[in-house]
Design a protein around this ligand. Structure first.
Ligand SMILES: NC(=O)c1ccc[n+]([C@@H]2O[C@H](COP(=O)([O-])OP(=O)(O)OC[C@H]3O[C@@H](n4cnc5c(N)ncnc54)[C@H](O)[C@@H]3O)[C@@H](O)[C@H]2O)c1
Length: 297
């Protein structure tokens, strides 16, 4: 990404201060760069110090030096999360936005082969990590008395039974649930809490080291003809972070190029009679005993 192809600068986050967990890679990284371009100060809290250092260099080359800091963080460790959020206040004077986004695939394989250790690891990062982020963000934002925006990365895996591994899906469902409970609990203090449910997004987490192949596959994974990108999630995060969403709280926004909208995909399974490539049109009348009125196309 260069200055030239950063999104149009509208400075919607000018003067705001944000913490982004998992900000060193994928959709977190895209959101870091987008928030910086929109005028925010950003703390990147990530487990991976090497990718964090690379991002710091990139951000500095783009002219964002002094508005970004990196802190090595394990979101499953309460002191780490508390320290990362406190760093935003120490460095930039306030905390307005927290994006609880860090994640891993975690436990994979049949449920009969899933160990309690892999369950614990997955839940610790994906669910407890988000809980800790909400908890400590709420404490700081409450003490500031100026409201705030907390954004949590869930997944379409939270919404159905075959969009991710079992433990991952359960953790993401917990994220959606926590988002709603926290939104209700914190609304009086004007602290908004929302979630993003990404579909297939071509990031290092999803591409297994084969980005080209993944982009090709993901281009065909949903009704929308282009593959999902980190920037698509950054745009949703910007909406929740900015005052454009001032009356939106407790939402779980699906950002998936129509993947979940497609549901059972009748038009793919029964192309003759369903969808835009259907070869018949008219009206069917079920078990009424009346004949359908159909014409061939
Ligand atoms: N890529 C997808 O298709 C997709 C779909 C739905 C949801 N998600 C979710 O989006 C979020 C971001 O994923 P991504 O695709 O950008 O992946 P990514 O691997 O590119 O980035 C995730 C980042 O989180 C960091 N991280 C992992 N464990 C951590 C921990 N314990 N503490 C701090 N940082 C940690 C990693 O170091 C990495 O930098 C995750 O929560 C993921 O579950 C991804």
């Amino acid at each position: 990404m260069t200055r030239e192809n950063t999104p149009q600068l509208s400075m919607r986050l000018k003067g705001k201060s944000a913490v982004i967990t998992g900000g060193a890679s994928g959709m977190g990284r895209s959101t870091v760069l987008r928030f910086l371009a929109e005028g925010a100060n950003v703390v990147v809290a990530d487990f991976n110090q090497a990718t964090g250092a690379t991002l710091m260099q990139e951000a500095e080359a783009l002219g964002f030096a002094g508005r970004i800091v990196f802190v090595a963080t394990d979101v499953a460790v309460e002191n780490d999360v508390a320290a990362a959020l406190a760093l935003a206040v120490d460095t930039f004077g306030q905390l307005d936005i927290v994006f609880n986004n860090a994640g891993v695939g975690g436990a994979i394989g049949p449920l009969t082969e899933t160990t309690t250790e892999s369950w614990d690891y997955t839940m610790d990062v994906l669910a407890k990590g988000v809980f800790l982020g909400i908890k400590h963000a709420a404490r700081i934002m409450r003490s500031q008395g100026t409201g705030g925006s907390i954004i949590n990365t869930a997944s379409i895996a939270a919404l159905s039974g075959d969009a991710g591994p079992l433990v991952y899906s359960a953790a993401k469902a917990a994220v959606v649930s926590m988002t709603k409970s926290a939104a209700v609990e914190l609304a009086q203090e004007r602290i908004r809490v929302n979630a993003i449910c990404p579909g297939f997004i071509a990031t290092p987490l999803a591409d297994g080291g084969k980005p080209e192949k993944t982009r090709e596959n993901f281009s065909r994974a949903q009704p929308w003809p282009e593959y999902g990108q980190g920037d698509h999630i950054a745009g949703a995060a910007l909406f929740f972070a900015s005052d454009d969403s001032v009356f939106v709280t407790g939402d779980a926004l699906v950002v998936d190029g129509g993947l979940t909208a497609a549901g059972p995909e009748l038009s793919r399974k029964f192309p003759r009679t369903s969808g835009r490539n259907s070869r018949v049109a008219g009206v069917t009348k079920g078990s009424t005993g009346e004949k359908p009125e159909l014409k061939s196309l």
